[in-house]
Write a protein that binds this ligand. Structure first.
Ligand code: ADP
Length: 741
């Protein structure tokens, strides 16, 4: 059994009491039992009282010893406890139940600076810093007076005015009756930890601020957005009512406030748009020189604020921290942290503001670079767009040329295979399927294949433009005359050929007509000249018939003159050397004159010539001589191509067309007529129809061409109508504009 000191002493005492009682009651017995000698028993019985006394004394002695040992042990413990408290690293304060300090340990003095004697009898509130609220103190007092422990932290003031943090536990101390007689406060100095924690928190806040500003700077190239985020974050972190940012203005002599957050007074005017002079401004010179933030605690009095003071005072700024924004060591702006109450900016605050300014400066630089790149990009894009547009225009033009060219244009490989062909090619050849990779030689007559291949070879190998005329074959097998031009060019190191293929049928026709004309003209000129020569000869050999010969000579000369006149007339018209002498003309008067002039000739030819005028015919603006020439040509043709016995009728005409009245005349005969297939060509130059050839009538094929030129120059038109059947004759109508509305 392991009993604690008071109990083992009692037990020993109890044992002694029991032994003593047993001794008194049973000592005789024991003596008889234990001692065989009766004499000795008797002797011993006489000392029974002595034994009792000895026993009692021993017992008391023993009790005393036990009691002493307990006291000693308690003293030892108290001493140990006292040493522990004295040497404790914790602050120990013991107050009485009224809160008056009765004991503080040496650590208390170390921490607070107050000595033991200075605080005895004092209330611990001498340490109050004001950081703990009265409610908190009330709660503390309630807890400990109601017998509970209180745990918490105090921000206290030392004797020297400095501050320190403690973590405290305050416990009530009760007496044996359970009454609270004292309070024990054990406190740990946690100032270091608190400072470290505050440092961490401050660092965190700074990092958060930097992070927000840098994130804004990194995520946005919009300067305004970065500046606005910076103002807001700085105002929150530094707990200042207003932050503004000014950037270098257009004239570079001022800083213009371009961003702001918060205001110094309710309803205060915005600072945006205000300008800060750069030169002759000591505050700006201060940050320009040092490249460091400058704090001005008293805007009102600081001499460096002389220039800025009016601006700041108007806004109600009491203290300001100016932080330079530097891009490549050049001041481009500043951040202004403003307060309405005087404030001192700590060095670490300046340092943090500087870090923020570096991030903002970087963002400004990036934004400017980006703007430069964007501007350059814009320029580039515009140039590309213009070039693309130009290319598109060129492409459109080339396409328009290719698509609308009447000639077939093909792109050929050097060996003559077709790569591409324009729409005209397909139209001209009447082909629908793609001709890609087909040899061009298959489009020409077999007889021309060799010549074409030779031309291709020379063009490709000698890089010479080749021209060749071939007979081309359409898709339906029909042939036409084609002129081919082969132009070589280089494309990515490959020789290719542009082939322009033209239908030269009309040219060939013109050529043929020209040949025919030359032969006709030569014939027509030769005939009168031969006749002239003959009559000239006859005049010499047979002067009696002089008059007859002279008449013939005159007619031939006349005929020759006509032919030459016609040729000259066309030539003059081609060169635009003929001007119309317009004057109001009565068509019927003209018709009547010509009909009457030709009456004898008609009679001579056995033809009936009739004029049918129209009443109320309006006048026309016309060149009388030229219009008479048209009528003359038509009458001549009617006489030439109507056999004797026929009839020639001349009529004046009136019609209305598209709101315009038209006046005209017609010459209708009952002659050979004009075959339908010839009708499209009768107005072409040098064209002479079958009937002209068969009848051998004099002519050059120029009459109707001249007539059409003259009529068209009057703004009119000439038409032919004929059934094409012999004997049904032909009719020519001339229409001229009268008075158009
Ligand atoms: P030319 O009469 O000198 O041959 P034109 O130009 O006057 O030349 O006429 C062209 C052709 O038109 C004539 O060759 C003829 O074939 C045809 N022609 C013109 N007028 C008539 C007509 N009244 N009847 C039949 N054919 C005509």
């Amino acid at each position: 059994m392991n009993l604690r000191p008071p109990y083992d002493a009692l037990l020993i005492a109890l044992c002694y009491v029991v032994i003593a009682v047993l001794w008194v009651a049973f000592s005789d017995w024991l003596l008889v039992l234990l001692v065989p000698n009766p004499a000795l028993v008797r002797n011993l019985q006489t000392y029974k009282g002595v034994g009792f006394v000895v026993l009692s004394g021993g017992m008391i002695y023993l009790l005393m010893r036990v009691a002493n040992r307990e006291q000693h042990r308690t003293e030892m413990q108290l001493r140990r406890l006292s040493r522990a408290v004295e040497q404790s690293a914790s602050v120990v304060i013991i107050t009485n139940d009224r809160g008056e300090i009765e004991y503080v340990n040496p650590r208390f003095t170390e921490v607070t600076g107050y000595t033991f004697d200075e605080v005895i009898g004092q209330n611990p509130r001498i340490l109050k810093s004001g950081a703990t609220s009265p409610e908190e103190y009330e709660h503390l007092w309630k807890s400990i007076t109601s017998g509970h422990d209180w745990h918490g932290e105090f921000y206290n003031r030392r004797k020297d005015g400095g501050y320190y943090w403690v973590s405290a536990t305050i416990s009530p101390i009760r007496d044996t009756q359970g009454r609270i007689t004292h309070f024990l406060a054990v406190q740990e100095d946690i100032t270091g930890r608190k400072h470290a924690q505050e440092n961490i928190e401050r660092r965190n806040r700074e990092l958060l601020l930097l992070n927000r500003v840098i994130s804004a700077a990194a995520s946005s190239l919009q300067v305004e957005e970065v500046l606005s985020v910076t103002c807001r974050e700085l105002a929150i972190t530094f707990n200042v009512p207003q932050v503004v940012i000014a950037l270098q203005g257009q004239d570079s002599d001022t800083l213009d406030i371009v961003a702001e957050y918060g205001s110094l007074h309710p309803g205060a005017e915005s600072a945006l748009g205000l300008t800060i002079p750069l030169h002759g401004n000591p505050a700006i010179e201060c940050i320009m020189e040092s490249h460091e933030p400058c704090a001005f605690e008293d805007v009102q009095r600081d001499p460096n604020m002389a220039v800025m003071r009016p601006i700041l005072q108007r806004r109600g700024v009491a203290s300001t921290l100016l932080v330079p924004l530097l891009v490549r060591n050049q001041l481009v702006g500043l951040i202004e942290l403003d307060t309405a109450e005087p404030r001192r900016f700590a060095p670490e605050e300046s340092a943090l503001a500087k870090h923020v300014a570096i991030a903002v400066s970087q963002a400004l630089d990036n934004a400017r670079l980006y703007q430069k790149v964007a501007d350059h990009n814009d320029l580039l894009m515009r140039a590309i767009a213009e070039h693309t547009e130009e290319l598109q225009r060129v492409k459109d033009r080339v396409e328009a040329i290719l698509n609308n060219s009447p000639d077939a244009i093909l792109l050929l490989c050097s060996d003559g295979r077709i790569e591409t062909a324009n729409p005209s090619f397909y139209r001209l050849f009447g082909i629908e399927e793609d001709v890609y990779n087909q040899p061009i030689s298959q489009l020409v007559d077999a007889e021309d294949v060799l010549a074409l291949r030779r031309a291709l070879k020379v063009a490709a190998e000698e890089a010479r433009v080749m021209r060749i005329e071939v007979t081309a074959r359409r898709g339906d097998g029909s042939m036409f005359d084609a002129g081919i031009a082969l132009s070589p060019f280089e494309e990515r190191g490959m020789r290719r050929l542009v082939c322009v293929l033209r239908d030269i049928t009309p040219l060939k026709e013109v050529e043929r007509m020209k040949d025919e004309f030359v032969s006709n003209v030569s014939h027509e000129l030769r005939t009168p000249i031969t006749s002239l020569k003959l009559h000239h000869y006859l005049l010499g050999v047979n002067p009696d018939k002089r008059n007859d010969y002279m008449d013939s000579l005159a007619r031939e000369i006349e005929r020759l003159a006509d032919i030459i006149e016609n040729l000259l007339m066309l030539s003059r018209m081609d060169q635009d050397h003929i001007s119309l002498q317009l004057a109001p003309l009565d068509i019927d008067t003209l018709l009547m004159q010509y009909v009457s002039d030709r009456a004898l000739i008609a009679e001579d030819r056995g033809l009936e010539l009739v004029h049918k005028p129209l009443a109320g015919l309006p006048l026309v603006q016309a060149d009388r001589g030229l219009l008479g020439q048209v009528l003359s040509i038509l009458l001549t043709n009617a006489f030439n191509y109507t056999p004797s016995g026929g009839r020639v009728e001349v009529r004046s005409l009136l019609a209305e067309e598209d709101g315009c009245r038209r006046v005209g005349f017609s010459v209708t005969d009952t002659g050979y007529g004009i075959p339908l297939e010839e009708q499209p060509y009768v107005f072409d130059r040098f064209f002479r129809g079958q009937v002209a050839k068969e009848t051998g009538s004099a002519g050059t094929g120029l009459g109707l061409a001249i007539a059409r030129e003259i009529v068209e120059r009057h703004g009119g038109r000439i038409e032919v109508a004929s059934s094409g059947r012999e004997g049904e004759g032909a009719s020519f109508c001339v229409w001229l504009p009268a008075d158009c509305e």
